[in-house]
Design a protein around this ligand. Structure first.
Ligand code: TRP
Length: 317
């Protein structure tokens, strides 16, 4: 089974990204042949600074390696290093309708928010995403629920290509992570933890210092009442229970039982401690990995060579 996913080179990954996406990537290395790509070309569909994009690509690569993505057990590379992605994008354009692209929610949202140029690249973003996956004939795409429409489109594109030109591409399945999608902003527990649009104080970053984590968790919004239990009227506490359950790897019921007679303050201190312990090794490894850009570059280049061998065979077909 072949797994493919792409990750945006935004340097600041948060706890929701870590639990929902990054740990899934790491686990994928044991489930099948895993291929992961930092999508620097997708990042050029909105205004960007080249030097800044280069830095963020390294930041993102270092976070993934610190999280124990292992280049010996997966193929890990930078999209822009493999020209087959853009070549396949163009070929797939012939089986993609303008109307479909024009209905993409993410395009409409980003185009609406764009103050400068709404680029043609932003419009074609989903076709490049389809090419990313289809070039490797991947079976499974682990990516968040927000990508549902893009995955449906890539399945349609693959099916249409096969129907028109003969069986060439694999129609991939969407695999939505079970946890992590529900990690909520600590200040606004009704909305998902997010890099864009979330509250700074309510977002725990993977690279946050222990002091910052403690401060954010202690000032997390809690609910009326004083019991550490989940419930529809307790979104703040429910979120913290879920976080602690994931971080410690125990069921949520066990957390509720353990803190049955605890106060909110005591519970929050335990949550802060657990998150700190969970992220500290990643932050430490990150510092060492990020400091050696030559090694990062060599890792990404070696990954691109392996990726290219697969993608080139698909293009040849
Ligand atoms: N669009 C995806 C996101 O914003 C990133 C992405 C690009 C991707 N290419 C991909 C995800 C291929 C899965 C497969 O998260």
């Amino acid at each position: 089974m072949r797994i493919f996913s792409g990750i945006q080179p935004t340097g600041r990954k948060h706890l929701g990204n870590y639990i929902g996406a990054i740990t899934q990537y790491v686990a994928g290395q044991d489930r099948g042949e895993a291929i992961y790509c930092i999508v620097d070309l997708h990042a050029t569909t909105v205004p960007y600074e080249p030097a800044d994009l280069r830095e963020k690509t390294y930041d993102t690569a270092a976070i993934l390696l610190a999280a124990r993505l292992d280049p010996a057990r997966c193929i890990f590379f930078r999209q822009g290093d493999v020209p087959e992605h853009t070549e396949l994008t163009w070929l797939l354009c012939s089986v993609t309708s303008w109307g479909e692209l024009n209905r993409m929610h993410q395009f409409k949202d980003k185009a609406g928010a764009q103050r400068e140029l709404v680029s043609a690249g932003l419009f074609l973003y989903p076709v490049l995403q389809a090419a990313d996956v289809l070039a490797y004939r991947a079976d499974e795409v682990p990516v968040g629920d927000d990508q549902r429409q893009h995955i449906e489109l890539m399945r349609d594109i693959a099916g249409r290509f096969n129907a028109r030109f003969g069986d060439t591409l694999v129609v991939p399945e969407h695999r939505i992570p079970a946890v992590g999608a529900r990690i909520m902003d600590l200040q606004e527990p009704a909305r998902k933890m997010s890099t864009t649009g979330g509250s700074e104080q309510g977002t725990v970053y993977v690279l946050d210092e222990p002091k910052a984590i403690e401060k954010k968790v202690k000032s997390a919004v809690t609910d009326s009442g004083s019991e550490v239990v989940r419930g529809p009227d307790k979104p703040g506490i429910s979120n913290l229970i879920e976080i602690l359950s994931v971080v410690r790897g125990v069921p949520m019921e066990a957390i509720e039982a353990e803190f049955a007679s605890a106060r909110y303050g005591e519970f929050k201190a335990a949550v802060a401690d657990a998150i700190t312990g969970y992220l500290a090794p990643v932050r430490e490894r990150y510092a060492a990995i990020r400091a050696d850009e030559a090694a990062l570059e060599a890792t990404l280049e070696a990954g691109a060579a392996k990726a290219r061998a697969i993608a080139a065979a698909t293009l040849a077909d």
